[in-house]
Design a protein around this ligand. Sequence first.
Ligand SMILES: [Zn+2]
Length: 707
Amino acid sequence: MTKLAKSFVETLAFLSIVLCGAATCVEAAEETCVLQQERWSLTIQKTNDGARFLKGRFGDIDVIEGDIFSLALCRLSNKTVVLSSGSGWGEVELERDGDRVKMRFSNPLNYGGIFVEVEGVPDETGITWSVAVINCNLDSSVVEATYPFPAVAGSTLNLFVPDRSGRAILDAGKNGYRAFYSYPDHVASMQYFAYWGEKSGLYLGVHDPDAYMKTFDVAVERGEGRIRAAFPAIDVGARKNSFRLAGETRWQAFDGDWYDATAIYKEFVLNRAKWLPVKGRPDTPAQFKEIAFWICDYIPNSEKQLDARPMTLATVSEKFGKDYWVDAAVELKKRLDAPVGYQVYNWHEIPFNINYPHFLPARQEFLDGLSKLKDAGIYVFPYINAVSWEMDDADEGYAENFADVGIHGAALNADGEPRCYVYPQIKASGEKTRLAPICPGFTRWREIVEEVARGIEKVAPVDGIYFDQISAVAPVPCRSREHGHLPGGGSYWSDGYRQMMKKITADRPENSFYYSESNAEAYADAFDGFLTWIWTKGDLVPAFPAIYSGYFQTLGRYTDGATRDNDVYFRYHLAEALTYGQQLGWINACVVYNDARMTFLKKVVDARRELTNFFNEGTLLRPPVVESELEPTTSSGITMRPIVSGAWKSADGSETVVIVVNISEKEADATIRLFPEEYGVECPASLERRLAPLEVIVLKYHSHLSE
Ligand SMILES: [Zn+2]
């Protein structure tokens, strides 16, 4: 029995006291407790066999009836049942202990020996919840438990989700919003949500400083919102598995919108998150913080590489000839006259997505081209995948292969089989390639990735390496008992990959830049930068940069592939990336052959260079609100504002910069609303500007003198 379970069992002779009394409780009935503060209220209702949130209010948002938690249990015979807080419990206790609200749910029908403890600590602005699950049942294993998240309603229900850079879904209550997130991964970068109405709202965050894996199932429709925040059980499959849900759940009333909710999560991150590196990143060489633009391109396929090229990059290199990938890049660097990074694909002899992790040897074309790129002053970063092993590499005769070795590190699904992702690339056998994510608990994998990195650095004077997938792939609640972690939930996935990278980074050559895919926050201290290529959704807001700017670089947005010919999309994402403080681009070098695009690109790259210190050392401010006669454009699946704007404050607070980009080919009269009190400088509250087509303007305001 765990210590936690033992202490609970010892106190099972618990007084059944209906909560109430004390300062925050203004109304007491036998079956309900009302917690009330000036800014919020919450009623909990207890019945004979359960308890629920009954109603409440946080700012403009109503809390409506809903469960406090749910619990999934598995008989060792494998039948899974789901219990909710609302019914089916043998005993429920609800009491006040000093400032705290305590609930204990005991002995559900047919599952004696299962207990859930929920504790809430109220304060002026909200309430902080913690949950423990105690399993003393000999026949059952807990599979999952949920954090206390309320069901809500509001006449206007706006929603913030921690999706990519963050997304503000306006009037989600009317328009509807559904999403399922695995945290921490390429989409769910952070662990907080918010609802707000006209003026105020409810912040909902899981303040878990260790970034344990979790899932969030979001359903907002017909004026109501529900988020199921689930914690995969630790030591799942074992009887009597007891655990605390990692971190606390914070409910907090706030004034404002997503930006104000973000400030609450930022405070948690800066004070408690274990993944936060030192601001300013002294360990990242200075020249890489200055990169203004990224190329992403690939060397044309060799015979050995078959047709298995990276589909998303296809059609460019072949179109322009074999030296395109070098010549166009050198020309582009010359035209931009700015620091340029280059992510190179197909530098290895193996085909893309096939025969991983056997990346070496490098192709001679790469080594020859690399020296020309370096002579031109371009920083070069080869691609490797640092998570996946190709499952059929034994076909090609590799002595150390997945069937013999990799299988022992494969992350295992609930059925005990390796997780497997099928990709479109075709192997010599005619079959599609299958990649298995490897659990970082597998020591040999960590060695292999290090050997690959050291091997590349030995044969090629690269400026760093792109480690694909690490900060993107959803952690697998791995069922193996041979990887040095307990099966199921935990923080071992991000902890393991962070440790792997810290070891590899410790021995890297001087003047190297390491980065990974997407921007799961849990890896913040493990990389110099993150490839934010999928920050191309609609409704994005710069929540992630508002928290993390200065702690690492965010680089690139993907505007090639299916959106390659959409000029508005190209300009919109460059403009938005500029205002988010990202390093720009991550696009094919052939942009240099398009004069119209180059004219605009040069303007945003120059602005990025001018503002580099703001992005590296300063703070992102509440974005200005722009109105004009121009209509938004809807294409390639998103709605794009014609005028994009952002604001940043310098590190010492003496200067604020406002960026305004007209991505339209039309002139426009714009009214730009600024926030002088928050910006801390003498700027107007509203600006009227006539903007030329495709104009990029940068306005600087000082704390005592305006421009
Ligand atoms: Zn594992």
